[in-house]
Design a protein around this ligand. Structure first.
Ligand code: KG4
Ligand code: ZN
Length: 347
């Protein structure tokens, strides 16, 4: 892999070759985590720092964008300093600085992006802008020998997509959700049964004690690689309203298990169909919901059919900067220009 980047002040040419050690420092602030990391050659994490705002947003039952942006401002310099300290490195040791450009909350993205641009300018090192969705997929390169082509299932609080990764630089979206993202559906259903925000992980835990066949829930008939979760969510709402004892552990466990079974079956069967259609034998999971126990179990069960299956370590499933640094190494051609602006939705 040979790549050429330029420094912003002196316009010096930096060549990245397979034989050079490349250290990328990245910042991620697209939602409610302020994160910074240094990754060597796209696969080895040297330092990884995440400041989570979950406790702040719990009070509101969701992320309040303005509050989140202010918290990023408070945290950003601290996470950068801590990451340099953990790595025992300075800006001079970094090959290039990267940051998430979008999609995400605009006020939040601006904080990490501008911090990375400022670092690139002050150390005269190249800047690399990264798409948040691409970076979730790249979390799978950390500590593995994964190489494209592969099929990725990206499941997070904001996105649900099947992505065909043809090469390091090329990720093609085959289909996605037409309404709620899977993480959003998890969080909304979790809220219906009184679980704290963000509810996905709590619902996952409860589901392990329930009977997945307790309730027959609908699966939407949409396009080949599309998803829809709004009807499912409404079906759960109706069951909760009709239930005489909605606060018992037994009810919560059973409805959680049934919901989880429905979602995981739907996701993994479409992922498998995409692999068959494109003749792909490698699968990766990505995004916050890739931490889900049942989705992981069903994906790894595909190994019995000859698939090679990857899923990021738990700490690299939810938002973090190590995945952004990895994307900065493997996907340098995205937005490596200091003039790049943040964007809220995938264009
Ligand atoms: O990727 P992420 O950190 O942020 C976005 O870019 O959206 O994903 C956060 C989402 C939340 O909806 C959260 O509830 C969900 O991931 N999540 C889970 C689990 N852990 C996190 N959903 C289901 N099961 C889990 N174990
Ligand atoms: Zn994310």
């Amino acid at each position: 892999m040979n790549k050429i980047l330029y420094t912003p002040i002196s316009n010096k040419k930096i060549e990245i070759t397979d034989s050079d050690d490349v250290y990328i420092m990245a910042l991620e602030s697209s939602c409610d985590e302020t994160a910074c990391a240094i990754v060597k050659n796209g696969r080895k994490v040297i330092a990884n720092t995440v400041a989570s705002q979950i406790d702040t947003h719990k009070t509101f039952g969701g992320v309040v964008p303005e509050v989140a942006a202010r918290e990023h401002l408070d945290a950003v310099n601290l996470v950068i300093e801590e990451t340099f300290q953990k790595a025992n490195m300075s800006g001079n040791d970094i090959t290039a600085f990267a940051a998430t450009v979008g999609p995400g909350l605009v006020g939040c993205l601006l904080v990490g992006l501008n911090a990375a641009k400022a670092l690139a300018l002050s150390y005269d090192k190249p800047f690399i802008g990264i798409n948040h969705l691409n970076s979730h997929v790249c979390a799978n390169y950390i500590d593995t020998d994964l190489n494209p082509p592969f099929m990725a299932l990206l499941i997070s609080g904001g996105h649900t997509q099947i992505i065909y990764v043809e090469s390091y630089e090329k990720q093609e979206i085959l289909g996605g959700t037409i309404d709620d993202a899977v993480g959003e559906a998890y969080d909304k259903v979790a809220r219906l049964i009184g679980l704290p925000y963000p509810g996905g992980v709590h619902l996952d835990k409860l589901a392990q004690y329930g009977n997945p066949n307790s309730y027959l829930l609908p699966t939407a008939h949409v396009g080949e690689f599309e998803f829809s979760f709004s009807g499912l969510k409404t079906a759960v709402l109706r069951i909760v309203k009709a239930e005489k004892h909605p606060n018992t552990d037994e009810f919560k466990q059973n409805i959680s298990a049934s919901f989880q079974e429905n979602v995981s079956k739907n996701l993994i069967s479409k992922l498998e169909k995409a692999c068959e259609k494109y003749n792909i034998k490698q699968i990766v999971l990505a995004g916050g919901v890739a931490a889900n126990s049942e989705i992981r179990a069903k994906a790894f069960a595909l190994q019995a059919k000859g698939y090679k299956v990857f899923a990021p370590q738990m700490k690299y499933c939810t938002d973090n900067a190590a995945m952004v640094a990895s994307a900065g190494y493997f996907m340098t051609n995205t937005y490596n220009d200091l003039g790049v602006e943040v964007f809220s939705r995938t264009k």
